[in-house]
Design a protein. Structure first.
Ligand code: AMP
Ligand code: MG
Length: 401
């Protein structure tokens, strides 16, 4: 038996190569992984500019007490620059975002002045008020986004504001999926007695895509050695990562590990966790191989724990393991010491704090527990039964960066 953490470390030690980079238009780059750190080629904003619609004045013209009258000598809309000289006693009408003219260093909001014709009457104001400084958002040369960051809308906006049109990002890891088992039938097909519809190829496809992978679906392979062998070799040709579900336990028809032993390298792990104990990890040619358990909750969970970090590492992502958060247990939970248990939980804010309860029956085949839940409850190895009110760790579903 190995621990979850040991298993993750072994996998991360094996994934040493990341996918190559490619150049994509900014508009297509959402959720992709930035290949190299982005630096600002200039200050943002590029000049001092007005934060309000109003009047730009020199601080020498600000009255210490009472008011002063100034003459308005120009009108400066956003996007235009003033190239004249502002004399003592003069003010420039300025719009939000317009560059400050040389000289003035303070802006009166228009509602703070009285205007009659071309003259305004101004009260005291703090020197430098309502001016956004050059470089206050981003200083030229600084790293604005780290390599390995996932590009959210805000990262794309920031890169656009720096004038970028195309971005260098990691190519998405290629994932090939197949389900194994004579009992597994294609959804929509007629189900023979004793058969169940394939759930795992669809949960695993969704998870792979959520992680930024592109999926090749290689369908269902019956428990036949030659077919399995051919299909696995085919999968390794088109993918960086091959994932199967089913056929890794010790049942008589569990061929995955046998076939993998012939065509690649394989490690067969018993991970001290619940659900999802049996797991096969190895290589077929240059592709990484993961043989996940057949039970639908166990295969999702082992994906999240072991495959997701591998896909993230392949894509060059900075953070590959999720954070957990503390929450109050709303009910007692059974827990066996010596293994890490993952219960499906419903997390909500109640009575002044985050509270979590389980979704009900927690069997590793009960996929509806994943549907009812919005988080995993992570109970560490050393822990025993949990009493209501104790603090537990939760990992909300949907973490992607
Ligand atoms: P196995 O790991 O092959 O021993 O399968 C364990 C359990 O998971 C069995 O009850 C299988 O019927 C079920 N199972 C295997 N593959 C799938 C699949 N693709 N979708 C849903 N359930 C599956
Ligand atoms: Mg099977």
């Amino acid at each position: 038996m190995i621990s979850v953490r040991d298993g993750q470390n072994r996998i991360l030690a094996q994934v040493t190569q990341r996918t190559p980079p490619e150049l994509v238009p900014l508009a297509d780059a959402r959720d992709r992984v930035l290949w190299e750190a982005a630096r600002a080629p200039f200050d943002v904003p590029p000049t001092d500019n007005s934060a309000v619609d109003g009047y730009a004045v020199s601080s020498a013209d600000i009255p210490a007490t009472d008011t002063r009258e100034l003459s308005v000598v120009a009108d400066l809309p956003a996007g235009s620059v003033f190239d004249g000289v502002v004399q003592p006693g003069q003010a420039i009408r300025i719009m939000t975002g317009a560059p400050m003219p040389p000289g003035p260093d303070t802006v009166y909001p228009q509602e703070s002045v009285e205007r009659v014709g071309d003259r305004i009457r101004v009260p005291p104001i703090a020197r430098g008020a309502n001016v956004r400084r050059r470089g206050e958002d981003v200083a030229s040369g600084t790293i604005v986004i780290e390599a390995g960051a996932v590009l959210r809308p805000q990262e794309l906006g920031l890169l656009a504001s720096l004038g970028q049109r195309h971005l260098l990002v990691s190519q998405p890891p290629r994932v090939a999926l197949l389900s194994t088992g004579d009992e597994v039938a294609e959804p929509g097909a007629t189900r023979k007695p004793g058969q169940i519809y394939d759930a795992n190829r669809f949960t695993l496809r969704g998870l792979s895509e959520q992680c930024g992978g592109v999926v090749t679906d290689l369908g269902i392979v019956p428990d036949q050695r030659d077919l399995l062998r051919t299909r696995l070799l085919e999968a390794a040709e088109v993918a960086d990562l091959v994932i199967t579900s089913g056929g890794v336990s010790v049942g008589a028809y569990d061929l995955v590990k046998e076939v993998l032993g012939e065509i690649g390298g394989i490690d067969f792990w018993q991970v001290a966790m619940q659900p999802g104990r049996p797991l096969a990890v190895g290589r077929i040619g240059r592709a990484h191989f993961f043989g996940l358990p057949g039970n639908p909750v166990a295969s999702m969970l082992t994906f999240l724990l072991f495959v997701r970090p591998a896909i993230f590492t392949l894509a060059g992502r900075r953070r590959v393991l999720p954070e957990t958060w503390p929450a109050r247990a709303a009910e007692p939970m059974r827990k066996k010491a010596g293994r890490r248990e993952f219960k499906r939980g419903i997390l909500r804010f109640d009575r002044g704090g985050w509270e979590v309860r389980t979704t009900g029956p927690q069997g590793s085949g009960i996929l509806s527990s994943m549907v009812a839940g919005n988080c995993l409850i992570v109970l560490e190895e050393e822990r025993g039964d949990v009493a209501a009110g104790e603090t537990v760790l939760v990992e909300p579903f949907g973490w992607t960066d």
